[in-house]
Design a binder for this molecule. Structure first.
Ligand SMILES: NC(=O)C1=CN([C@@H]2O[C@H](COP(=O)(O)OP(=O)(O)OC[C@H]3O[C@@H](n4cnc5c(N)ncnc54)[C@H](O)[C@@H]3O)[C@@H](O)[C@H]2O)C=CC1
Ligand SMILES: CC(=O)C(=O)O
Length: 326
């Protein structure tokens, strides 16, 4: 019998990395989990702490602390590095200089070490960092994926669920698209409640809910991260579980439809940019990009969001390499 060992790596074992690692162990997603951090002593402590818990988790995942290059053997590397996780003025874009510098440091080293697997990136600003990983890694675009608007879309579904009397968010299909940031937009034209369009569902149930306040729901979902951030100083479990879900979908070739930040080459009218759109996620990473025909206003906002991301990508490439995105 041939033996397939599922190997997942995490680079950056802080708030987010630890939440992802815990989810991986509790859901038996990997046979071997490799963790790496610039602070290798702390990472070793985390690895040993996780190893102590294996007997009472459903998995027998072996956990190792490794230097960065030790991650090159993994099928999937989850990226949760950052220079600082605090964002005083509330924009993820403020992290760009620090996290771009980390990308320029670690991606060439992993390339040199022979990493040929799939990157899943949570590090903010997520879309720009995803593009930089693609640009620096030499990997095909299907193998470089940002979590993008996946977390925002869960927040959106939860807000819709609450407005509709608690209907299970898993029975709601609703996506935030564009930037994992302030310019993201809800694709209201494609919201479905158990397959029924939201307009039809609202009309059928007008005596129970009336018309949803879409602007308020969208705005709450868009900014929900800050409500958590200002109370506990970070967000970690939503995204940690999301990273684990991405790893599981890839390793199991699950072919889930999920929002993710991916490299666009003409899809949604955009090129040379990474932005959040619905994809099919499986063994090769991005198996397919779903093309929603957005309403005119949604497409306009999506274009503005993508242009904003592209502006920061171009600025970063110009500062670091004296070139713009190709
Ligand atoms: N995409 C999303 O939906 C979300 C993204 N995030 C982002 O995830 C990132 C991580 O956040 P936290 O875990 O709270 O930060 P943290 O500060 O707790 O952890 C970051 C870790 O990265 C390590 N690190 C820094 N430079 C490194 C390098 N060159 N090589 C290896 N390790 C290095 C640090 O030592 C630290 O352990 C941030 O960029 C944050 O904004 C957080 C929540 C949601
Ligand atoms: C911090 C962040 O990006 C979030 O929770 O959405």
């Amino acid at each position: 019998m041939s033996e397939t060992v599922r190997k997942v790596g995490i680079v950056g074992i802080g708030n987010v990395g630890k939440a992802a690692a815990s989810a991986i162990l509790h859901e038996n997603i990997a046979d071997e989990l490799y963790i790496s951090d610039i602070d290798s002593e702390r990472a070793k402590g985390e690895a040993w702490d996780f190893a102590d818990s294996i007997e009472v988790t459903p998995s027998r995942t072996r956990v190792f602390e490794v230097p960065l290059e030790g991650l090159a053997q993994c099928d999937v590397i989850l990226v949760s590095v950052t220079e600082r996780s605090q964002i005083p003025q509330g924009s993820r874009l403020e992290l760009l200089k620090g996290t771009a510098a980390i990308a320029y440091d670690i991606v060439p080293k992993l390339r040199e070490a022979g990493f040929k697997g799939i990157y899943v990136i949570a590090t903010n600003p997520c879309d720009i960092i995803t593009y930089l990983f693609y640009h620096l890694s030499g990997l095909p675009k299907n193998q470089v994926i940002g979590t993008g608007t996946a977390l925002d879309s869960m927040r959106l579904r939860r807000q819709i669920s609450e407005a509709l009397g608690g209907i299970d968010p898993r029975s709601i299909s609703a996506y935030m698209v564009g930037e994992h940031g302030d310019s993201q937009i809800a694709a209201w034209s494609h919201v479905r409640i158990g397959g029924q369009s939201l307009d039809e569902y609202e009309a059928e149930n007008s005596d129970r809910f009336g018309k949803l306040d879409r602007d308020k729901i969208e705005d709450t979902a868009r900014h929900f991260g800050w409500e958590i951030h200002k109370r506990k100083g970070n967000t970690q479990f939503g995204i940690g579980n999301q990273l684990a879900f991405f790893a599981k979908s890839i390793l199991n070739d699950a072919r889930n439809v999920t929002p993710a930040s991916v490299i666009l080459e003409g899809e949604y009218g955009q090129k040379d940019v990474a932005a959040g759109v619905p994809i099919v996620l499986g063994r090769d990473g991005v198996k397919e990009i779903l093309h929603f025909h957005l309403s005119g206003k949604e497409q306009e906002s999506f274009n503005a969001s993508a242009e904003l991301i592209k502006g920061y990508i171009d600025q970063t490439l110009a500062e670091r390499e004296g070139t713009a995105a190709q």
